[in-house]
Design a protein around this ligand. Structure first.
Ligand code: HEM
Ligand code: CA
Length: 589
């Protein structure tokens, strides 16, 4: 299924395209931006209409806000091992892979969308993250970019567009490339990518201001940065529209941007004869490889357990040469079950209070997350950028559990108001909008035991949670994936229960083997790094180096920068950390 009316012919390119097309040569749109999500379990009637939110007996499902209040309350238990950067990197990965963006017009009316209370909002524009609930009509054309969705041609009248009853055929579109290709830094189309380039030395555009280097300033501050109070305060443009959403996310986006320019400058130095285009493309490719290494070998083992990743062929920790596991039969498109349920469970890791630290790890400021949403000006004052970056590495994340911070379940996007939205309720509602399969169907897909009665759930949930589920749902079949999956006891050595673990392992497997450009792949010599280059990427890439190389004045860091500082993970001078040897890209020809 694709949303494109005209087929394209791919030529074999050395570099990834910006919109992800032609990564898979047989199926050019697999994993590309603006394609529908894939799914593990189908939850639609034969005509494409979602079964949700009705239960198996056609009753209304309970109010998402009520569910959130009952089973996902606030309780601040902090993680004893992993820092806030672990949480924040998860959001970086999310923004590289998934964005169920904005609404499409139907009969020239904005398609409505449910708010966190399950009520219809007048238009989804109120919520900057409102997913597109795209409802094909007769000869449906997505007018925004003139592409047709042939497979979904059917007639619906606007009165059918009601996501509280969800009788309307709708399917979510992923606005960004599914591949882990730093689309959040480089953009999701050639046009967008070009607009972010300096046009000189292979570099991305930056501005210098207040003693730092920042992404370009947004043209319309008050529109782009809803938290901004004046039209001239800092507000950034990057490859992803969500760059300003929260201050520590923005810090990591700036780090990734500066990393590109750092690599580009080094390449220019050693290859004076390379032009802007060549430096840009190769710097991008190296930056992506460094990040893929960090994602798969440093970060994901924390969530999924290293052994599980090895067993399921997601990583090869002892590999010396190439890992030729590209499989052209695998579609790397992001799964609904991943983006709309499993990965959102890590909203549990969010801390409501962010601390800023000096270079000597002295806390000098503490801020409320909800006061600084879409208001990145904090980076540019009072040493904010370094202070927040060190905070990421030094402050514990919230524990992975069924408790969610009030800053996101009561005050999300509150702006100047006293109260805001509930992210957990939105997560639940969004899964209904997107027609995500229910809990037991996913357990079944994963080969896990299927509960017949509520009591059966006691094998892998606390009695208290089973009782809560019983009070919410009439039948076990009605339990939603977002809710049931979040209440399972964790698999030892991981931060999730078995159903989410299965979905996450599946997603990160297909993201890897479905990516022809994955950096460990050596099958196609045109694309592959040399063995020496691959080796330096493996030995020299780390989160710690990203902080060291791209802070303003960060001179020391613990080696494992997703882990809290401890006697086993002491802070060391940056020059003691391994690094990627960029001289291996010297062109000897
Ligand atoms: C301060 C931190 C974070 C905030 C404020 C935040 C907030 C949000 C918001 C507002 C949405 C859109 C909800 C909707 O309308 O459907 C969202 C989506 C999502 N979040 Fe988070 N989030 C944070 C961190 C994370 C983390 C740590 C992860 C995972 C490790 C994560 C995973 C996701 C995913 C997978 C989506 C769906 C994206 C899409 O497909 O559109 N988020 N988040
Ligand atoms: Ca991407």
């Amino acid at each position: 299924m694709s949303c494109r009316s005209t087929p394209i012919t791919c030529k074999k390119d050395r570099y990834r395209s910006f919109d992800g097309t032609c990564n898979n040569l047989e199926n050019p749109f697999w994993g590309a931006a603006k394609e529908p999500y894939a799914e593990l379990v189908n939850n639609s009637y034969a005509d494409g209409v979602h079964k949700f939110p009705e239960t198996s007996n056609n009753e209304q499902l309970p109010n998402p806000r009520a569910i959130s209040l009952l089973v996902f309350p606030d309780k601040n238990i902090i993680d004893y091992k992993w820092n806030l950067n672990t949480m924040q990197w998860g959001q970086i990965i999310t923004h590289d892979m998934s964005f169920s963006g904005r609404t499409t017009l139907i009969n020239n009316n904005p398609v409505t969308c449910c708010d966190s209370e399950g009520q219809l909002t007048s238009e989804s524009g109120n919520n900057p993250f409102c997913a597109p609930i795209i409802i094909p009509e007769n000869d449906f054309v997505n007018k925004a970019d003139g592409r047709e969705c042939m497979e979904f041609v059917r007639t619906v009248s606007t009165k059918d567009i009601d996501c509280t009853s969800s009788k309307s055929p709708s399917f979510p579109i992923n606005e960004v490339t599914s591949y882990l290709d730093l689309s959040l830094t480089y953009g999701n189309s050639k046009k967008q990518a070009d607009s972010l380039r300096e046009g000189r030395g292979g570099r991305l555009k930056v501005i210098k201001r207040n003693g730092g280097t920042w992404p370009p300033q947004a043209a319309n501050v008050l529109q782009i940065c809803s938290g901004a109070t004046t039209a001239d305060e800092p507000c950034y443009v990057a490859g992803d529209a969500r760059v300003n959403q929260n201050p520590q996310l923005t810090v990591l986006q700036v780090i990734l941007l500066k990393e590109h320019n750092r690599i580009a400058d080094a390449l220019s130095d050693i290859n004076k004869h390379w032009d802007d285009e060549k430096i840009y493309l190769i710097a991008r490719r190296i930056n992506i490889a460094i990040n893929l290494y960090i994602h798969y070998y440093e970060f994901l083992p924390i969530l999924l357990g290293e052994e599980n990743m090895v067993k399921n062929k997601l990583i090869y920790p002892n590999a010396k040469g190439y890992v030729n596991d590209y499989n052209p039969k695998v579609n790397a498109a992001v799964l609904k079950e991943f983006a709309t349920a499993a990965f959102r469970y890590f909203h549990t890791l969010i801390r409501g209070q962010l601390r800023l630290y000096t270079e000597h790890r002295f806390p000098y400021q503490s801020i409320r997350l909800s006061d600084w949403m879409n208001k990145p000006s904090i980076l540019e004052k009072n040493n904010g950028y370094d202070g927040l970056a060190i905070g990421l590495s030094f402050q514990p994340q919230d524990k992975s559990d069924q408790y969610f911070d009030l800053e996101v379940t009561q005050y999300l996007f509150k702006g100047n108001q006293t109260l805001g939205m509930d992210l957990r309720a939105i997560d639940i509602q969004r899964a209904r909008d997107h027609g995500v399969g229910n809990y037991i169907d996913l357990r079944s897909y994963c080969g896990l035991s299927i509960p017949k009665t509520f009591n059966d759930l006691c094998d892998y949930m606390s009695i208290k949670n089973v009782q809560a589920l019983k009070s919410i749902y009439k039948r076990v079949e009605d339990i939603e994936l977002t809710v049931g999956g979040s209440l399972e006891k964790h698999v030892p050595g991981t931060l999730v229960g078995p159903t989410f673990l299965c979905i996450l392992l599946r997603q990160f497997y297909i993201t890897r083997v479905g990516d022809r450009y994955f950096y460990e792949n050596g099958e196609d010599k045109e694309i592959a790094f040399t063995l020496e280059q691959l080796e330096t990427i493996r030995k020299g890439s780390s989160m710690a180096r990203l902080f060291c190389d791209n802070g303003i004045n960060i001179k020391k860091m613990q080696k494992k920068a997703f882990e809290l500082v401890s006697p086993w993970n002491p802070i060391v001078p940056c020059d003691q950390l391994p690094f990627v040897n960029l001289t291996l890209w010297k062109d000897i020809k």
